[in-house]
Structure formats: C-alpha cells, structure tokens
Ligand binder design. Structure first.
Ligand code: MN
Length: 238
C-alpha cells in the first residue's frame, strides 16, 4: 500500500451561505472581456470571442460578509487592479455542454474579484507571453460565500442571461457600476464554451468577466464589492 510522501495540502474550500457546508474548489477558470465596455477600455474589439485563463484553486481568499479581510499587497507589481465578477460554482460538469446543460451544472453563485497585476499583464501582452504570473498569483481570488442558485434572484432565462447590479467601491467611492445583463456571453454560454476546452467537474469555479471601470487598488484602501441577489465582500491590502 502506498502513502503520500508528505501530508497532501488541504483542499481549498468556500463556505456555502446559510449552511455549515464547504464547497471544495477543484479549478478556477476565468473568462476575459465578457462586457463590451470593458473590452473597449482594454483596447480590444468587443466582437472578439471571449477567452479563458485560470488561477490555481488555492488562490481563493474567503471574505465572509461583514468581515474585513486583510491581504498582503502582492509582490512584483505596482499596479494591482480590481475586477469584480459573478462567479458560478459548479456541482457537476462534462464536456461539450449546451448552454442549457452548462447552466444546469451551476450549484450557486458568489461575488469574486479577479485581482490582476496589470503592469505585468501589459508587459506579457506586448511580448506574447503567458498571463499566469499576472492573473494566477497567490491570494488573487477574493470571494464571498457561495449562495445556492435557488436563493439567487438573478432572473435568468434558459441559458443564464442574468440581471442585477454588479459593483465595486474603494473607500466608499464607486469604481465599477455595471449590470449583469451587459454580459456578452450568458452564464450558460460561458460554461458551454469552457466545456469545449476542458472537461468541467464539480468544484470548478467560473469567473464570468468584469464590467468597465477596472483600476488600481492602493494599500490601506477598503475594497467592497457586490452583486445584487448574490452577496457582498470586503477586503483591504496591506
Ligand atoms: Mn477578469
């Protein structure tokens, strides 16, 4: 009988609101440029297909409601940006899903922030280098508890076109103030597209893109973000 060479690391997990259950995180996939105005602010053509990148599962930082979580300002950047995003948490998966099947795989939703070393990302874009160090660094995915989908009044249609306000403030000042209805690809379409590239499974988190208004976070600023019907989070960088 074989054994591990050392104890395996703990499984990253996100609390489920209103229960003592934890959602075990398997993979984190993120979609780029899923709101037209953000695609434009990043210099892209809004008609480009969305594309995906990933973060390691242990990038999640749990930000319980009403608590201010403090994170270290990340190394190797002087231009850390916020991107508030609706996160879909999957309890099943598969490959080559239809948008309807993709939506049916959703267990619940959370508010996430796709923290980005924008200075590194801009350099990588210019050189055609991979984005991993700009996107998938330690503690780069602050997330609220997951709210089960039956409790999320997102007014979705059959493929998950959601409605509701998505916002982020810094020290009380509005920086991002978007609407989920402005997502180019619905939740189900995004999951379907991801399932053509990876076999999705229970435990996967899908960050569905950010509206316009991304910008820097400075040390000591209070970052608060929320999605109508899903929840809120709060954190600070030191
Ligand atoms: Mn993003």
């Amino acid at each position: 009988m074989s054994s591990f060479t050392f104890p395996p690391p703990a499984r990253p997990a996100v609390p489920v609101e209103g229960t003592s259950a934890l959602f075990p995180v398997r993979r984190i996939l993120c979609v780029g440029r899923n709101y037209a105005a953000h695609a434009r602010e990043m210099g892209a053509d809004e008609r480009d297909l969305p594309f995906f990148f990933s973060k390691p599962a242990d990038a999640v930082v749990i930000c319980p409601p009403g608590q201010s979580v403090t994170l270290p300002y990340p190394s190797a950047t002087s231009d850390l940006h916020h991107e508030v995003e609706l996160v879909a948490a999957l309890s099943s998966g598969g490959s080559n899903l239809t948008p309807e099947q993709g939506l049916a795989a959703v267990y619940g939703y959370a508010v996430g922030v796709d923290l980005t070393r924008r200075d590194l990302q801009n350099g990588f874009k210019a050189k055609g280098h991979p984005w991993d160090a700009a996107k998938g660094f330690d503690l780069s995915a602050p997330i609220s508890p997951i709210r089960r989908k039956a409790n999320c009044p997102l007014a979705q249609d059959a493929i998950g076109q959601a409605e509701g306000k998505i916002w982020l403030t810094i020290d009380g000042q509005t920086r991002q103030d978007g609407q989920l209805v402005d997502m180019i690809w619905s939740i189900g379409e995004t999951i379907a597209q991801a399932s053509r590239l990876w076999t999705l499974a229970a435990g996967d988190l899908i960050f569905t893109g950010t509206p316009e208004g991304v910008g820097p976070i400075e040390r000591d600023e209070i970052v608060k973000a929320g999605i109508e019907g899903v929840g809120e989070l709060l954190f600070k960088l030191l």
